[in-house]
Design a protein around this ligand. Structure first.
Ligand SMILES: Cc1ncc(COP(=O)(O)OP(=O)(O)O)c(N)n1
Ligand SMILES: Cc1ncsc1CCOP(=O)(O)O
Length: 156
């Protein structure tokens, strides 16, 4: 996977595991609130990029102080991909947008081409999805539709 991503110029992140990220030559590691503290990841693997999950404004502010490559904000909507995790809602997306993060940030959770306009209106310019692509009958088509729905916000 790391080789495939590198050949296409796509940053490759491993979820949760700094050791696996280093071992496979990934560009970065994605850490949640209950994972290794980001400062430890920076200490253990200098140069490894770190992405951080956030679910509330205080977490976003703390994450942005940790030299992240990006932060993720969500879940915007309740999603079976994260059973039991309360949705943070569009209000949280507005709050993160108001912070004017100095790094890229992604809205995540329950997003698809059909609700993209809501999340863009709330201030997001990037999204991360699981089901909208993986559960689609035609994943390539679903990805294309997502890109088309995002395009009004791309580059702003
Ligand atoms: C952008 C992005 N967000 C979240 C994840 C994975 O998150 P997960 O480990 O399932 O949950 P958290 O512990 O981070 O809340 C990811 N890989 N990328
Ligand atoms: C990792 C993660 N964190 C919040 S939601 C989510 C998964 C994405 O959800 P969906 O499958 O609804 O796109």
């Amino acid at each position: 996977m790391a080789d495939l991503a590198q050949a296409r110029g796509v940053p490759f992140f491993i979820n949760d595991r700094v050791d696996v990220a280093v071992a496979c030559g990934a560009d970065g590691v994605h850490l949640g609130q209950g994972d290794l503290p980001p400062a430890w990841a920076h200490g253990l693997a200098p140069g490894l990029l770190v992405g951080l999950s956030t679910h509330a404004p205080a977490q976003a502010i703390a994450a942005l102080a940790e030299q992240p490559a990006y932060i993720a904000a969500g879940p915007v909507y309740a999603t079976p991909t994260k059973p039991g995790r309360a949705p943070a809602g569009l209000a949280y997306i507005r709050q993160v947008a108001a912070l004017r993060p100095h790094v890229p940030w992604y809205a995540i959770g329950g997003l698809d081409a059909g609700n993209m306009h809501e999340v863009l209106s709330a201030g997001a310019r990037r999204v991360a999805v699981v089901r909208a692509v993986l559960d689609a009958r035609d994943p390539a088509q679903a990805a294309a539709e997502l890109c088309a729905a995002l395009r009004p916000g791309v580059g702003t």
